[in-house]
Design a protein around this ligand. Structure first.
Ligand code: SIN
Length: 327
């Protein structure tokens, strides 16, 4: 009897030890921006919430500043299981769906409130599923903000951009946008932009206030035109293979934490659009140019025909729904 009790106790100990030492699921979150940006702060908040609520079950490891993957590779790596979460800019999905190109159309959204309304609309929510056939799951949108144009020379009207080289994200819409003003767009990774600008290999680029500030583009670009000509937002994605094989309770808890982290990131995005713009304007390194209504209208007239070019790929109805969010 004593022997049996000892054997049962030993078995219980072994099973207990196995349960206690079962490794948590590792969730690698890769992104390309600095930690002091809306996306960097969102990812860190998500990591911290998961550490609080799913301790021992899931561990989130965040890799900022293209340390793990640049945006050109991250989605492929996700499908191979080498990374579980990322939030590339909406401009970087065209290999996987043409629908998200709607977000790149120049002068489509008048401000971030319109972007938010569209993302929350049924058309916007449907777009979260546009990657499903490719094995990716859209978990939610995250804001960064409206894009501005920076350059070595002042850009006041489209003619000022003629023949100038601009770095763009990997988006055919953005390529067409710069070709519409006779500029030369070059698709380059985010991690290379500062050096390209510093060495004057390119003349300018487009980005949000927080990216221009956190990556110090303003230190090597003497002029920034407040054009608000487009939006740079993100889609938080994971692979279906990872997401759908999680236990239901873990998936529910992760999604809840992510939604809270996104709300946190969106708040920071709104604050940073103002504070980073002010920091740049006060830096003495870069002059912020404000366009007159007539100057801005010239950019609109030159770039808006791009909508027609992409109407077949994006869908006229989707463009209309996006436009309706301005009201
Ligand atoms: C990002 O904000 O994730 C990068 C944007 C860019 O590539 O310009």
């Amino acid at each position: 009897m004593r022997l049996l009790t000892t054997a049962v106790a030993a078995l219980a100990l072994t099973v207990g030890a196995q349960v206690a030492t079962a490794a948590p699921i590792e969730l690698k979150f890769s992104h390309v921006v600095a930690e002091n940006t809306p996306k960097g702060q969102m990812a860190n908040k998500f990591r911290d919430l998961v550490a609080e609520r799913l301790a021992g079950k899931v561990e989130v490891k965040v890799f900022p500043s293209s340390q793990l993957f640049g945006d050109g590779k991250v989605l492929q790596a996700m499908l191979l299981g080498d990374v579980q979460m990322a939030a590339p800019s909406l401009s970087k999905f065209q290999k996987y769906t043409k629908k998200l190109q709607v977000f790149d159309l120049p002068f489509l959204f008048k401000d971030m409130a319109a972007v938010e309304r569209f993302q929350n609309s049924s058309s916007g929510q449907k777009l979260l599923k546009s990657l499903e056939k490719k094995g990716l799951v859209g978990l939610g949108y995250l804001h960064n903000g409206m894009k501005q144009l920076s350059a070595n020379d002042p850009l006041r009207v489209p003619a000022d951009a003629k023949s100038k080289k601009f770095r763009i994200m990997t988006s055919d819409v953005l390529q067409a946008q710069f070709e519409a003003v006779d500029a030369v767009p070059l698709k380059k990774p985010f991690s290379e932009v500062f050096t390209l600008l510093q060495t004057k290999a390119i003349d300018g680029q487009e980005n949000t206030w927080s990216n221009i500030y956190s990556k110090k583009f303003f230190e090597v670009q003497p002029y920034i035109t407040e054009s608000n000509h487009g939006v740079l937002d993100y889609l938080v994605v994971t692979s279906a293979e990872f997401w759908l094989t999680l236990d239901d309770d873990v998936r529910t808890e992760l999604k809840k934490a992510l939604d809270e982290a996104i709300a946190h990131g969106n708040k920071i995005a709104a604050e940073k659009a103002d504070s980073d713009k002010a920091a740049i304007a006060n830096s003495g390194r870069s002059e912020v140019l404000t366009l007159s209504d007539a100057e801005r209208q010239q950019w609109v007239d030159a770039m808006k025909p791009v909508w027609k070019q992409f109407e077949d790929q994006v869908g006229a109805d989707l463009i209309k729904a996006a436009e309706a969010s301005n009201k």
